[in-house]
Design a protein around this ligand. Structure first.
Ligand code: HEC
Length: 167
C-alpha cells in the first residue's frame, strides 16, 4: 500500500517536472497586439470613460438632474466597461508589458481590485456606488501615471508639479 503510494508520488513528480519543462514562456504563449500607449488609449480610456459618464449630476435653471443608466442595455454597457477595466490589469502584468516586478504589479493588481468592485456595484444597479467607485478608479489610474507616466497628468494635478521640481 505504502509502496504503491510512493510510486504514485514519483509518477506525479515526474509529470509535474515534464509539464514544467514543456510549458512555454509567457512571451511564446501570448501575442501582445497593443503597445502601452494603444492599450491605454484604446482599451482602458474608452472603457473607463463609459464608467465615469454613466452616473452624474447636472444643475441647471430647472434644478438638479441625475444622470443614470435608464435601461437594462445601458446598465449592461456599464458592467461591460467594468469587466474590461478589471481584466486590463492582467494585460498590464504580461511579460513584455510590465515595467517592473514591484510597484507596477501592485498598481496593476489595484486596477483589478477596483475593477472587481466596479463590476459588483454595477451589477447591484447602485448608481451612488458607481459614482464613488468611479472616483477611486480614477485615483488608481493617476497613481500609476504619477509613477510611470507623469506627462499624462493634468498640470493642475499636484503630482504633476513634482516632475517640474525635478527637472
Ligand atoms: C500600472 C500602470 C498604469 C495604470 C494602472 C494605468 N495606466 Fe494609463 N498609462 C500608463 C503608462 C506607463 C502610460 C504611458 C504610455 C506611453 O505612452 O508609453 C499611460 C498612458 C495613458 C494614457 C495616454 C495614452 C496615449 O499615449 O495616448 C491614457 C489616456 C491613460 N494612460 C489612461 C488610463 C486610464 C483611464 C487608466 C485607469 C482606468 C490607466 N491609464 C491606468 C500606466 C498605467
Amino acid at each position: 500500500m505504502n509502496r504503491f503510494r510512493g510510486a504514485q508520488r514519483t509518477f506525479l513528480g515526474l509529470f509535474v517536472a515534464l509539464t514544467a519543462c514543456s510549458a512555454p514562456a509567457d512571451e511564446d504563449r501570448y501575442t501582445a497586439v497593443a503597445d502601452m500607449s494603444d492599450l491605454m488609449a484604446h482599451v482602458l480610456e474608452p472603457n473607463a470613460q463609459v464608467y465615469w459618464r454613466a452616473v452624474g449630476w447636472i444643475i441647471d435653471f430647472e434644478g438638479e438632474h441625475e444622470l443614470r443608466p435608464e435601461t437594462e442595455e445601458e446598465w449592461l454597457a456599464v458592467e461591460n466597461a467594468a469587466f474590461v477595466v478589471a481584466e486590463a490589469g492582467n494585460l498590464l502584468m504580461m511579460d513584455g508589458r510590465a515595467l517592473d516586478d514591484g510597484p507596477w504589479m501592485t498598481m496593476s493588481q489595484s486596477l483589478i481590485d477596483i475593477g472587481r468592485r466596479a463590476i459588483e456595484v454595477a451589477e447591484a444597479r447602485d448608481e451612488q456606488a458607481v459614482f464613488d467607485v468611479g472616483a477611486e478608479m480614477y485615483f488608481v489610474c493617476t497613481q500609476c501615471h504619477a509613477t510611470y507616466a507623469l506627462e499624462t497628468l493634468r498640470p493642475s494635478d499636484d503630482r504633476a508639479q513634482e516632475s517640474d521640481a525635478g527637472s
